[in-house]
Design a protein around this ligand. Structure first.
Ligand code: PEP
Ligand code: MG
Length: 961
C-alpha cells in the first residue's frame, strides 16, 4: 500500500501545456529515485493509450505494463498546478499524482481517491492548498457517508404503536453514536410522513453527528405500519453531508419503486439490509468472507471484476456490514470503493437464469484468494480467548485485615465463616472455522447438554431459583439467539465464538435499554452463555468446600447459586452489582445474608480467610481480631434468638410499651404473595408495586386481567386489612417493552412515574377502574408515584374522579377508597402543606427520596452505600411531611427500605409516622422492634437525629443513645 509523505508533494508547479506537466511528473519520479529515465517516457506511452484523467482536476499518470522493469521502487509524487493545465483529453488538471508502480498499485491509489473524486469543491481546495500537509489531508480525509447498517436496524420490535417504533429507530441512531439526546426529543415531537406501502418517515435535524438512517419494524403486524424510518439529516451547507443523507433517502425511494415496502415487516435485519441495499427480494445471494491479507486491493479487485464480467447475469456486491448500497461487481472503481478488508463479509447478489451458478463462481473465486495466496480464516494465529466479562481486568489488593469495609447491603443477617472465592475460568477457543456444519453440530450438542444440566438443577433447586433457571431454559430455546449463532457460524465463526457473539449482542441490546431489571436479564443471558461455553470448552467450575463458607464472587448468576449447597453458604459477597442485582434478590429469597458491590479487591482474598459479613449494614471485615470475632458471634446468637421470638409474636399488633400503635404492612410486587405476607403477620399491603404486574405481561394487561390480579390480593387480605396500590410506576430506569420511552441521559430525572402515566390517561383510567372493581368495598388506598407538586396530583385525581363518576354515577363517591401521593421527590416534602389539603394520606418512598435529596443514584455500585435514608436532610423532609399531614388529619406511611432499618424504626416512629411497610419476611422483626419502644424515647431519638450533620453522625448518635 502506498502512503503519502510531505516530501512526495510538490507545490506550486506551473506548465505551459500537458506535455510539460507530464515531463515534470516523470522528472520528479526519476529525481526521487523511483524510476529510470525510461520510465518518464513510459508515462507518455500510457497517456497515448488512454487518458489517466480521473475527474475533479486529478490525473494519475503511470507507466505501461512493459515499462515495469524501469521502476526502481514503488512510490508516488504529487504535483500541484494552481493555475491548472489543460490535459490532452480536454479536461483541466490541477493535481498530478504520478505513480511508479511495479504492479497494479495505481489501482489502490485510484481506490483511495474515489471519495475525493466524488467530493464537490475539492479540486479547488487541492489547487489552492498552501502546504503539503494540507494536500495530504484533503486526499486522505475519510469520505462522509450516511450510516445505515445492522446497528441502525431494529427488526421485529415488540411494540404496539408507530410512536414506539419511532422511538426504537431513533434509539438505534443514538446507540450508534450518529445523533445526540436533543435529536431524540426533536424526533419524538416530529410528525411522521406516510410514504405509502405502510412505510413512514420521520426526520430530525437537531444534534446530528453523522447522517444516518434508522429503521424499526414491528414484531406483530400493525394495521397501517410495516416499518418506520428515521432519518438524521443535519442542516449543513456542506454538500457532501447533504449528499450523504440524500443517498440514504434515495435508497428509500428505490425501495418504494420496487414495491417491496410492505414486505419489510416480515424480514429479519439481514434481509432488511439486503432489501434496502438495492437487492431485490427475488435476487439470490451468496456471502463470502475476504481472505486476502490486504483486503480487496487492486489486484484481487481487478480479478473479481473480470470474473463478474464473464458471468451470464449482472452481479452486485456489497459489504454485509458496511454503510453502502450494493454496487456493480463489474465496475472496478465501485468494487474498489467498497474498501473491503480481510475478514469482512461480501454479499453478492444476482437474479435470473444462471444466477446461482454465477454466485457460486464468485464465492469460490473470493475463497481462493482472487489470484493471491491466502491463509484460511481459521488459522490458529487468529485464535484468542473470549473476552469473558467475568474475568477481572487486573487484580486489586484485598481488604485490610480486621478493618471494616463498607459496601451495599443486599440481604439482612450476619455471619462469620471462611471465604470461598469463586474465580471463573476464561474460555480459550479458536475464533474461526471453515467447517460450519461441524461447528453447528457441536453447538447443538452443547445446548442439549446445557439443557440437561438445567433440568437436573431445577429438580433439586428451591422455588425461586427454579423459576430463574426455567427462564434460562427458555433462553436456550430462543429461536433468535440460535439463529444469530447459526448466522455467525455460517460466517465462518467457531461454535464458541458464534454462540458468544449471539449472547453478547443480545445482552448488550438489553443493557442499552438502561433498565435495571432488563440489565439483570443481560446477566442471566451471559450466565446461560457461559454454561454452553463451558460445555464446548470442557471447562468445569471450581468445587466449593464441604464446610460452611461465605461465597465470594465477582458477580453471581442464578446457576452459580443453584450449583451451591445453600445450607453450607453462610453469606454471599460480590465485587460488582447493586442491591437490585439478581444475586441480591436470590440471597434475600434464600434468606442468606449478602453484601454486594464491594469492589474487585475481594476477589484477591485467599480461600479460607475468615470474614465477618453484615448484610444489614453492608459491611465486611476480613481476618477479624479475636475481640471483634467474639462480639460478632455473640450478636449473631442474640440476633437468631430475637428472630425466633419475633416470629412467634408475628400476629400481635405493633404497639409501643406506652401504648402507641404503628401499623406494619408488607411491600409486594406480586399479588400471589399476599397470602404469605398475611401469614407472616402483615396488617395490610402497604405498597403494591403494580408495575411488576404490567412487566409480567407481554402487552398492557387489559381491565379484566388486572381485576383478576388485584382481586387475588384483596381476597388474601380480607375485609379489614387495607391494600395500598401504587399506580403504574414505569419509565426512566424501568421502561415497559410495550411502552417505549426514548433513551434518556438521566432516566431517574426523566419521563417516569406519574409524569409518564399522565401522557396515557387511558392506561391510568383502566388501572384505576380495575382496582376499584376488584376492591368490592374492601379498603383500597390508591397512591400516585413520583409526584412533584399538587398540580400533578390534581391532574391524576381528575382522572380518578372521571372513573368514579362512571362507576358510581349516583353517589359519585367510591366506597372505602382513599387517595394519596408518594413522597419521593424533595419538592413534594417541602410543599407537603399544599398537598395535604387535598390528599387522604402520604406514603414516603425513602428509596427515591434519598436518591433525589442526596443526588446519589440508588443503584450505583460504588455510591449507593452512601445513599443512607438516615441522612438528616432526608429526616428533615420526613418531619415536614408528617407535620403537614397530621395538621390536615392525613396519615403517613413509610414504604421505602428505611422502614426495615433497625436504627431507623425508632426515629420514624418518633417523627410520628403512622405506618411502616416492609418486605414480608421482615414484618415480624419490625413489629418486634416497635414493641420494644417507648414513644417518648423514640421522639428523643428523632430529635437527636435531626440535630446531626451527616448520616454517619446520626447512626453514631443513635448507637450511643
Ligand atoms: C421508594 O422509592 O422508596 C419506593 C418505595 O418506591 P420504589 O422503590 O419502587 O421506587
Ligand atoms: Mg420510588
Amino acid at each position: 500500500m502506498l502512503t503519502l509523505t510531505p516530501d512526495a508533494v510538490l507545490l506550486r508547479q506551473s506548465a505551459g501545456d500537458w506535455r510539460e506537466a507530464l515531463d515534470r511528473a516523470g522528472g520528479a519520479l526519476v529525481e526521487a529515485g523511483l524510476g529510470e529515465p525510461a520510465y518518464a517516457q513510459a508515462l507518455f506511452d500510457r497517456e497515448a493509450q488512454s487518458s489517466t484523467w480521473l475527474g475533479n482536476g486529478i490525473a494519475i499518470p503511470h507507466g505501461t505494463p512493459e515499462s515495469r522493469d524501469s521502476v526502481r521502487a514503488t512510490g508516488i509524487r504529487v504535483l500541484q498546478f494552481p493555475e491548472g493545465v489543460e490535459w490532452h483529453d480536454g479536461n483541466r488538471v490541477t493535481l498530478l499524482i504520478a505513480i511508479a508502480a511495479q504492479s497494479d498499485e495505481h489501482l489502490d491509489i485510484l481506490r483511495a481517491l474515489t471519495h475525493v473524486l466524488d467530493r464537490p469543491g475539492v479540486a479547488e481546495q487541492l489547487a489552492s492548498a498552501e502546504s503539503a500537509e494540507a494536500v495530504i489531508e484533503l486526499l486522505s480525509r475519510p469520505p462522509i457517508t450516511g450510516r445505515f447498517d445492522d446497528s441502525t436496524i431494529a427488526a421485529g420490535v415488540p411494540v404496539q404503536s408507530r410512536q414506539g417504533l419511532i422511538a426504537m429507530a431513533a434509539g438505534r441512531l443514538l446507540d450508534a453514536g450518529c445523533v445526540g439526546p436533543a435529536f431524540m426529543v426533536d424526533i419524538m415531537a416530529a410528525q411522521p410522513v406516510a410514504l405509502g406501502q405502510k412505510l413512514w418517515l420521520v426526520q430530525g435535524q437537531q444534534d446530528v453527528h453523522q447522517p444516518a438512517l434508522g429503521v424499526a419494524t414491528p414484531a406483530h403486524a400493525l394495521d397501517d405500519t410495516a416499518a418506520v424510518f428515521c432519518l438524521a439529516c443535519p442542516v449543513d451547507d456542506d454538500t457532501e453531508i447533504t449528499r450523504a443523507w440524500q443517498a440514504l433517502l434515495e435508497r428509500l425511494f428505490q425501495l418504494l419503486e420496487s414495491g417491496q415496502g410492505e414486505q419489510l415487516a416480515t424480514l429479519d435485519s439481514a434481509r432488511l439490509l439486503s432489501c434496502l441495499s438495492g437487492e431485490k427480494s427475488s435476487a439470490e445471494t451468496v456471502r463470502v468472507r475476504v481472505r486476502n491479507a490486504h483486503g480487496l486491493h487492486a489486484r484481487p479487485a481487478k480479478q473479481l471484476v473480470q470474473v463478474a464480467r464473464s458471468q451470464s447475469v449482472p452481479i452486485r456486491v456489497r459489504l454485509e456490514n458496511g454503510p453502502g448500497e450494493a454496487v456493480s461487481a463489474a465496475s472496478l472503481t465501485r468494487v474498489l470503493s467498497l474498501g473491503a478488508r480481510r475478514g469482512q463479509m461480501l454479499v453478492f447478489s444476482a437474479e435470473g437464469q444462471g444466477a446461482r451458478e454465477a454466485l457460486e463462481t464468485m464465492a469460490a473465486e473470493v475463497r481462493d484468494g482472487l489470484g493471491e495466496a491466502v491463509t484460511p480464516l481459521n488459522d490458529t494465529s487468529e485464535a484468542r480467548p473470549s473476552r469473558n466479562r467475568t474475568t477481572p481486568v487486573a487484580p486489586e489488593p484485598p481488604p485490610e485485615a480486621d478493618t471494616p469495609l463498607m459496601a451495599v447491603p443486599a440481604s439482612p443477617g450476619m455471619s462469620i465463616a471462611p471465604v470461598f472465592v469463586m474465580r471463573l475460568p476464561t474460555f480459550e477457543y479458536a475464533e474461526h472455522s471453515d467447517n460450519a456444519a461441524w461447528e453447528q453440530a457441536r453447538l447443538d450438542q452443547a445446548i442439549n447438554e446445557a439443557h440437561d444440566q438445567l433440568a437436573a438443577l431445577i429438580r433439586t433447586a428451591g422455588e425461586e431459583v427454579a423459576e430463574i433457571l426455567s427462564m434460562h431454559e427458555e433462553m436456550l430455546e430462543d429461536p433468535e439467539l440460535r439463529e444469530a449463532a447459526r448466522e455467525a457460524i455460517n460466517e465462518h465463526m467457531s461454535a464458541e465464538a458464534g454462540w458468544w457473539r449471539a449472547i453478547d449482542t443480545s445482552a448488550r441490546a438489553q443493557e442499552t435499554l438502561a433498565d435495571r431489571v432488563l440489565a439483570e436479564r443481560a446477566a442471566d443471558l451471559r450466565d446461560v452463555g457461559r454454561r454452553v461455553l463451558g460445555v464446548l470448552c470442557g471447562v468445569t467450575m471450581p468445587d466449593p468446600p464441604d464446610h460452611p463458607y461465605i461465597l465470594v464472587a465477582e458477580d453471581l448468576g442464578p446457576s452459580d447459586v443453584a450449583r451451591l449447597d445453600t445450607r453450607r453458604v453462610k453469606g454471599m459477597l460480590t465485587a460488582r452489582g447493586g442491591a437490585t442485582s439478581h444475586s441480591a434478590i436470590l440471597a434475600r429469597a434464600l434468606g442468606i445474608p449478602a453484601v454486594v458491590g464491594a469492589g474487585l479487591g475481594v476477589m484477591s482474598l485467599n480461600n479460607d480467610v475468615e470474614l465477618i459479613l453484615d448484610g444489614v449494614r453492608g459491611r465486611i471485615v476480613a481476618s477479624p481480631g479475636s475481640d471483634r470475632r467474639a462480639r460478632t458471634e455473640l450478636s449473631i446468637r442474640e440476633h437468631d434468638q430475637r428472630v425466633r421470638e419475633a416470629f412467634e409474636a408475628r400476629f400481635e399488633p405493633a404497639v409501643t410499651r406506652d401504648g402507641h400503635r404503628v401499623e406494619v404492612g408488607a411491600n409486594l410486587g406480586n399479588t400471589a404473595h399476599a397470602e404469605d405476607a398475611v401469614s407472616r403477620g402483615a396488617e395490610g399491603v402497604g405498597l403494591l408495586r403494580t408495575e411488576f404486574i404490567f412487566m409480567a405481561h407481554p402487552q398492557a394487561p387489559d381491565q379484566e386481567t388486572q381485576v383478576a390480579e388485584y382481586r387475588r390480593a384483596f381476597e388474601a387480605l380480607g375485609t379489614e386489612r387495607p391494600l395500598v396500590a401504587r399506580t403504574l410506576d414505569v419509565g426512566g430506569d424501568k421502561p415497559l417493552d410495550y411502552w417505549p420511552v426514548p433513551q434518556e441521559d438521566n432516566p431517574f430525572l426523566g419521563l417516569r412515574g406519574i409524569r409518564l402515566a399522565l401522557t396515557r390517561p387511558d392506561v391510568l383510567e383502566t388501572q384505576l377502574r380495575a382496582l376499584m372493581i376488584a376492591s368490592e368495598g374492601r379498603p383500597l388506598r390508591i397512591m400516585f408515584p413520583m409526584v412533584k407538586d399538587v398540580e400533578e396530583f390534581l391532574a391524576a385525581r381528575a382522572i380518578f374522579e372521571r372513573v368514579v363518576a362512571e362507576l358510581y354515577p349516583d353517589t359519585r363517591r367510591a366506597p372505602n377508597v382513599q387517595l394519596g401521593v408518594m413522597i419521593e421527590v424533595p419538592s413534594c416534602a417541602l410543599l407537603a402543606p399544599s398537598l395535604a389539603e387535598h390528599v387522604d394520606f402520604f406514603s414516603i418512598g425513602t428509596n427515591d427520596l434519598t436518591q433525589y435529596t442526596l443526588a446519589i443514584d440508588r443503584g450505583h455500585s460504588q455510591l449507593s452505600a452512601q445513599a443512607d435514608g438516615l441522612h438528616p436532610a432526608v429526616l428533615q423532609l420526613i418531619r415536614m411531611t408528617v407535620e403537614a399531614a397530621h395538621a390536615h388529619d392525613c396519615w403517613v406511611g413509610v414504604c421505602g427500605e428505611l422502614a426495615s432499618d433497625a436504627q431507623a424504626v425508632p426515629v420514624l416512629v418518633g417523627l410520628g409516622v403512622d405506618e411502616l411497610s416492609v418486605s414480608a419476611r421482615q414484618v415480624p422483626m419490625v413489629k418486634a422492634w416497635v414493641r420494644q419502644l417507648n414513644l417518648d424515647d423514640a421522639r428523643r431519638q428523632a430529635e437527636l437525629a435531626l440535630k446531626q450533620a451527616t448520616s454517619a453522625a446520626v447512626r453514631d448518635a443513635l448507637e450511643a443513645f
